[in-house]
Design a protein around this ligand. Sequence first.
Ligand code: HEM
Length: 465
Amino acid sequence: MSSTPVGSRLPESESSSARPVPRLSLRENLVGLKDMRRDQLAFLVRSVETHGDIFHMRLGGLPTVMINHPDHLQHVLVDHHQNYDKDNFLYRATRTVLREGLIANKGGESWRTHRKLMQPSFHRSSVAGFTTNISDLTAELLRAWEPDADAGTPVEVTADVADLALKIVLRALFGVDAAERGRQFERDFLEVNAIAGKFFRFPFPPLSWYSPSRNRLRALIRNMDAFIAYLISARMEHRSDKPDLFTLLLNSLDEETGTGLTHEQLTSEILAMIIAGYETSSNSISWIFYQLAAHPDIQRRVQEEVDGVLDGRVPTFDDLPNLSYTRRVIDETLRLFTPAWQTMRHAVDEDVIDGYRIPKGTDVYLNLFTFHRHPEFWPDPTRFDPERFTPEEVAKRPRGVYQPFGSGPRYCLGKQFALTELHIITVMLAQAFHVTRPPGQPPVGFAPLITLHPKGGIRLRLQRR
Ligand code: HEM
């Protein structure tokens, strides 16, 4: 691996001795363009099997270097992160919706200031304080499912947990409740995600053009902005001194001095945080429930653990370390069904990764779908096996082979929040119900939007315990 100091130009000798990144042939790229539109995941899996851990390809027609080795991710996301910002094709498309909100922010000073501003809301102590919100809202959903469970009617898990995850973010971080409007916001964002995911697979015509789908996208963004405006005004009406993320952001709103956030920045920060906070979590919860239903023996072990540790009481933040088998099920689900499954960086300056030349301006693509199935680090990679996450097994693996929350300075700000949320919800589900797949239901596939969704949503039957 190159050991060039971060942020400096490469020594002439290192740059000139580097090899070019292997390229897909013209034919492979043309076939790939079609395959990518048909089945993006299959195309990526095949490309990695054929070309290895680093190669140059046209992704949706645009030149990209794909990396798939832990050392490469460590280089780009951690060791040389200053040379890799988010001024790239994937995030330019995402910024159409999220603008300069934290997740899609290009990087540099504005990202640093905003991340620092929001960081305290995600400290361990703040997250511990969210636990009651999470368990209260989860209990509400579990109660609402009881009539369906008694009637033997399958529940729409994906749609219902999306509502739950949105309510949790709104209440925990922003101190607001917005039931009906929230549902419309979810529908709007799902459509946005589908349009953006399709655009990523075939980026023509540009998003700024006028076409039925581009016009629809603009209308959906207007709806989502109106939802954020509603949240801001609702919260302004019931001003509280609760030191939550909303208060933090509002207090930094200082248009006169220009030192805080402008109104537009406030809107995009809130929008980005809500989307980052509910979308990935709700897909993860859907997949966790689905895995429990698909693996009755694993579900039984989870039930035994939660019964043994909690004896029917509501879990608290301090209980979570004692519910370690359940946590392994969550970790394994996040390995195989990583919701924030693809990301991209842009090389600000030329670089060398593992002896390969990366010209200035290169878009570097990485996806955690193929990465978390790397056969060198995960034997029988597609098998669902929570035992991979016992402390002994984790210690055997090299650092950085598992990173559902990313790594380096731009790793997920909500990691602790998300893990706490997934843990509490899974534990409470296991206490309340036994889940099964409805008879005759075919296996649920993937919908690779900008985030990874269960195709068509997950429906499950519940039996009261
Ligand atoms: C299972 C749930 C989640 C997963 C798998 C996940 C995953 C990720 C990943 C992989 C990134 C890094 C993307 C990159 O490097 O390009 C990220 C960034 C981020 N996530 Fe999450 N996330 C989850 C839940 C959450 C939650 C609950 C919140 C907030 C409440 C959140 C807020 C953020 C933010 C703000 C960023 C951008 C950080 C920055 O650029 O400084 N995420 N997430």
